[in-house]
Design a protein around this ligand. Structure first.
Ligand code: ADP
Length: 607
């Protein structure tokens, strides 16, 4: 029985789907990458901006500190005090103006001016300019009030005449413990806004109200970074530090800007750096892109490896399948061979059985054959001996008659002939026995013509009575053939006897032809008669034992059977045919033999 060997399963998963699944699984890995990158770039940015902020603050503080002491220092100068003491003295005022101008130029201050206690400016560094402060009254300015209250006056605001932003330092001048004037230094801070160049980060300085006073972004200027309180609004309305008393709000969305701030303690100002978020998001995006690209590359590599593995597995599976198929085929073939073998065994057994059966049947046949052979033998003996017996009877009858007539010599002759015939009969019996036993003498060289003469002599009387004309065409020289003398005579006697039998049934003229055909290795004796010839059935079956068409007691149907058998045993051939012109034509073909001289054949020796 042939069983199907199970095939190894071949992986048939859609590879890109599994890769996609893998990608989906790996995708969340980008989140920590994004977080880490963001934290890294954010910290780096904050650190850098913190340094920048510190620098800026230090710079701003340095600037402020540089001018902070200036009013007090200048207040001690005698020229200024003299001018304050005698404000009507033009010379002194002039000197004071000049001094202030020189000092402003030296220190880089925007304006330095001297005020009387009533708020009237008596001398200023810009005395000779169109927007000169000289003669102007700034009592409304908070720095004046603070100075008059003997406090350091500090104020940031737009100049009422110049319109320029400035920081005001104001200190009171004392004389005998009393305030008798105020010295104000105004500095411009515009240059601090340009420290940043073209970097994307923006500077933002807000005052105590939260209003932007310095910024690198001009449209943010004087906007309120937080909602203004009522007191702030009052203070703004009173001091007018900005171009407007109602500063519009400044919207800085936290998602767009990263803000870092420092508070300047001395001024209640807040300095901020605003870094656009994209400074962080862009490199993070780049990192994410690189990570995603790396992931993609890894996935592709993985896909490639999977594909190779899949091909490898397929190859292995194919090899296994081929091996399996081969095994199945071998198995099938083995099975077939096994079946065949079994069949052969059965056949052998059957054959052995049949053989045994055959042997048994053969034994039975042998028994039957023995009986049949016995019948055949007796029939043959009687047939073969009948002719010489008839001759002996005839010779004996003649001898009696000859004896009565005292013809002694002829009687002797007849008796001799009788003796010869008995010798021949003994020889025939021996031959029949040999034939029955399949005992064969080796062929010997026998001359054809004498044997033929002997056979004709035996039939001479009958031939004469039938008036058969004998037409012979035989060479004089002996034709030596391989045969046994007795067997040859026996065969020839049979064939000639049959011819006479056939001729006896036809009207004269009766003829018998005897001719010879010679070849290098064989000699053929042709015996032809002009009798009725073989009937079609006889032509087929004449060699069969006991086939005869003769109705009289003579016909035993053994003649041709014995002849055929004897001739075959001698290596010759007997052919039966009808002559085209009618009558039978028998061809006795014998192998040519070397010439011999033996007068007495071995076959003729009595038994
Ligand atoms: P039998 O002579 O006893 O019949 P044979 O074996 O000698 O037996 O012959 C067989 C048959 O062959 C004969 O009965 C006859 O019909 C046929 N036969 C033999 N010789 C001749 C012949 N010369 N012409 C015609 N028929 C023949």
């Amino acid at each position: 029985m042939i069983t199907e060997i199970p095939q190894p399963p071949i992986a048939r998963r859609p590879r890109w789907r599994s890769l996609l699944l893998l990608a989906l699984v790996l995708l969340p890995l980008l989140w920590p990458v994004q977080q880490l990158a963001e934290r890294y770039y954010r910290e780096k940015l904050l650190e850098r901006n913190s340094q920048t902020l510190d620098l800026f603050v230090a710079n701003l503080l340095g600037t402020l500190k540089r001018y902070e002491v200036l009013p007090a220092l200048l207040g001690d100068l005698p020229a200024l005090r003299a001018a304050l003491a005698t404000p009507q003295d033009d010379t002194r005022l002039k000197q004071a103006n000049q001094l202030l101008k020189d000092t402003a130029e030296l220190t880089g201050a925007a304006v330095i001016y001297l005020m009387a206690t009533d708020g009237q400016t008596i001398a200023s560094s810009n005395w000779d300019q169109a927007d000169s402060f000289t003669g102007r009254n700034f009592t409304f300015r908070p720095y004046f009030r603070d100075a008059m209250a003997d406090k350091p006056g500090r104020f940031f605001g737009l100049g009422t005449s110049s319109g320029k932003r400035g920081y005001y330092f104001a200190d009171a001048l004392h004389e005998n413990g009393k305030i008798f004037g105020v010295l104000v230094v105004k500095i411009h801070l515009d240059h601090t806004e340009t420290l940043w160049g073209k970097t994307p980060e923006q500077l933002l300085v807000t005052d105590a109200n939260g209003v932007v006073i310095l910024t690198s972004q001009t449209d943010w200027r004087f906007r309120a970074s937080r909602p203004l309180s009522a007191s702030s609004r009052q203070q703004i309305a009173r001091d007018q530090p900005y171009p407007t008393i109602d500063p519009p709000p400044l919207q800085l969305p936290a998602q767009q800007w990263l803000q870092q701030s420092r508070t300047l303690a001395q001024t209640d100002w807040q300095v901020s750096i605003l870094a656009p978020r994209y400074l962080v998001t862009r490199p993070v995006q780049t990192v994410l892109l690189i990570a995603a690209a790396s992931l993609l590359a890894v996935l592709l590599l993985l896909g490639l490896l999977m594909q190779r593995r899949r091909h490898y597995l397929q190859r292995i599976a194919l090899a296994a399948q081929t091996r399996n198929e081969l095994e199945i085929r071998v198995h099938q073939r083995t099975q077939d061979l096994q079946n065949l073998n079994n069949r052969l065994k059965d056949e052998v057994l059957e054959r052995e059985h049949t053989q045994q059966e055959l042997l048994r049947t053969q034994d039975e046949l042998l028994q039957a054959g023995k009986l049949s052979a016995l019948g055949t033998m007796s029939a043959s003996i009687s047939h073969e001996l009948n002719q010489p017996l008839a001759a002996i009877r005839s010779y004996a009858d003649n001898a009696n008659i000859l004896l009565d007539q005292q013809r002694i010599e002829e009687t002797h002759n007849n008796l001799r002939l009788i003796s010869e015939l008995t010798t021949r009969m003994a020889s025939i019996i021996a031959h029949l026995r040999a034939f029955a036993r399949r005992d064969r003498h080796a062929p010997e060289s026998v001359a054809l013509q004498p044997a033929l003469e002997d056979a004709l002599a035996l039939l001479a009387k009958r031939r004469r009575s039938l008036d058969v004309e004998l037409i012979r065409d035989l060479p004089e020289t002996p034709l030596w053939v391989q045969a046994g003398e007795t067997r040859l005579r026996q065969v020839l006697g049979n064939l000639l006897g049959n011819a006479l039998d056939a001729l006896s049934g036809v009207a004269p003229p009766r003829r018998l032809w005897l001719t010879v055909e010679q070849r290098s290795d064989s000699i053929t004796l042709l015996i032809r008669d002009n009798g009725p010839g073989f009937s079609p059935e006889a032509l087929q079956r004449a060699r069969e034992p006991f086939f005869t068409t003769k109705t009289n007691a003579q016909g035993l149907g053994l003649g041709l059977a014995i002849c055929d058998n004897l001739i075959s045993a001698l290596g010759g051939e007997l052919a039966l045919a009808n002559h085209p012109q009618g009558g039978a034509l028998l061809s006795l073909n014998l192998q040519r033999a070397a010439g011999g001289t033996s007068a007495q054949s071995a076959e003729d020796s009595p038994l």
